[in-house]
Design a protein around this ligand. Structure first.
Ligand SMILES: Cc1cc2nc3c(=O)[nH]c(=O)nc-3n(C[C@H](O)[C@H](O)[C@H](O)COP(=O)(O)O)c2cc1C
Length: 375
């Protein structure tokens, strides 16, 4: 990708509230790839919001450093990329055009934005110009479109390619689908075919190393982007590296190894949050259900773990598990994390009438960058 070579063609998908420094470290320890931060809004970054500066911070041994930006205004996105270049914050920037959250799409941001080709082009142009000054690759991540009658991915990818992006990642769902149904890998193959001259990364419903290989074989893409499949399973990166290197070896951790990883994750989260134990423990709670999916952990212990407040308490609760229990097999595999139902995307009035912004839309678009997190 641009001047970067990623040895294993795997990307940890940016996930707000998940892919922070702590989780990236755990994943990196198992295998190679590109490990993207949680998304940061360009405006908050430029304004030096402390939480945004925390999000873009990397461990000293993290290389390459990768940041995902979200933005709706060409000037602000350009300023954020410039800041990343001038202050040497990252070696790679990804732009998020896939967020389906109603409060964002209702104002024309996130996955609603590529429909407006003038705005989309403006953002890509400014961002790629600024990234080029620092010779860092800029990529984009998007969905198929708003719904099946309003697909945008082929047009958007062409615009991005024409402005020199280093790769295009496609989540094979429309905004209306949110996380429901199945990701459409055929659309990923179509994109690959339509744009032979830019690296394409495929995303959606990869739950195992075997799925990743299958997506590459089915679609001819250059790499895979994996989100929910890694939740509670940082060792998936070990499996992925093995699979891409042709080895059949897989990580099959028993309860003892999972418990050790959870405790370590908890400690790393406390470090990531500047020593705030309460914050670290509130954060680890959601990961615990993912880590123990399919493992025979009793309801009572699960509910105590879901309320854990200190690292000592976490260690004690994990210590009470039967450490001899092996990997449970199929019960720990398959889909995990967010699913939900399809719903009509909330859009600004008359948004779909034209592919260019009108004056009302222009006046409101900046509001699509306030108080948002997650994609
Ligand atoms: C909890 C959560 C947070 C997410 N946050 C982001 C984000 O910040 N930026 C982004 O581009 N996508 C975000 N996504 C979408 C994922 O990057 C990915 O595109 C999506 O989950 C589909 O891939 P998967 O099937 O491998 O999970 C998020 C998804 C989840 C489940």
């Amino acid at each position: 990708m641009g001047n970067l070579t990623i040895d294993v063609p795997v990307v940890l998908a940016p996930m707000a509230g998940v892919t922070n420094r702590a989780f990236r470290r755990l994943c990196r320890e198992y295998g190679g790839g590109l490990f993207v931060t949680e998304m940061v809004t360009s405006r908050a970054l430029v304004e030096r919001n402390p939480e945004s500066l925390r999000i873009v911070a990397h461990d000293p041994d993290e290389t390459p450093r990768s940041v995902q930006l979200y933005g709706v205004d060409p000037v602000t996105v350009g300023a954020a990329v410039r800041m990343i270049v001038e202050e040497d914050i990252a070696d790679h920037v990804d732009l998020n055009f896939g967020c389906p959250v109603p409060k964002v799409t209702r104002k024309g941001g996130g996955s609603a934005l590529p429909w407006k080709t003038d705005l989309f082009t403006g953002i890509i142009k400014r961002a790629t110009e600024e990234a080029a000054k620092g010779d860092i690759p800029l990529t984009i991540k998007m969905r198929k479109g708003i719904d099946d009658d309003h697909l945008t991915y082929l047009d958007s990818a062409k615009i991005a390619r024409d402005h020199g992006v280093a790769a295009v990642a496609l989540h094979g769902r429309t905004a209306n689908q949110h996380y429901s149904g199945k990701a459409d890998w055929d659309s990923i193959a179509r994109l690959r075919e339509a744009l032979p001259d830019v690296p394409v990364l495929g995303n959606g419903d990869i739950w195992s190393a075997e799925d990743a290989i299958e997506m590459v074989e089915q679609t001819g893409i250059d790499g895979v982007v994996i989100g929910r499949g890694c939740q509670g399973r940082p060792w998936l990166f070990g499996d992925l590296q093995n699979a891409f290197e042709g080895s059949a070896e897989r990580f099959r951790p028993g309860v003892k190894e999972v418990a050790e990883t959870v405790l370590r994750h908890g400690q790393l989260l406390i470090d990531t949050f500047g020593g705030d134990e309460g914050k670290g423990m509130r954060d680890i709670r959601k990961h615990i259900a993912w880590y123990f999916k399919g493992y025979p952990v009793g309801g009572n212990l699960r509910s105590q773990l879901a309320k854990v407040e200190t690292l000592d308490q976490l260690a004690e609760l994990l210590g009470s598990l039967d450490q001899t229990l092996p990997y449970p097999g199929a019960a720990a595999e398959g889909p995990r994390g967010r699913a939900g139902h399809a719903k009509r995307t909330h859009l600004p009035e008359n948004w779909l009438d034209s592919r260019t912004l009108n004056a009302d839309h222009q006046a409101m678009i900046h509001k699509a960058e306030l108080d948002i997190s997650g994609g």
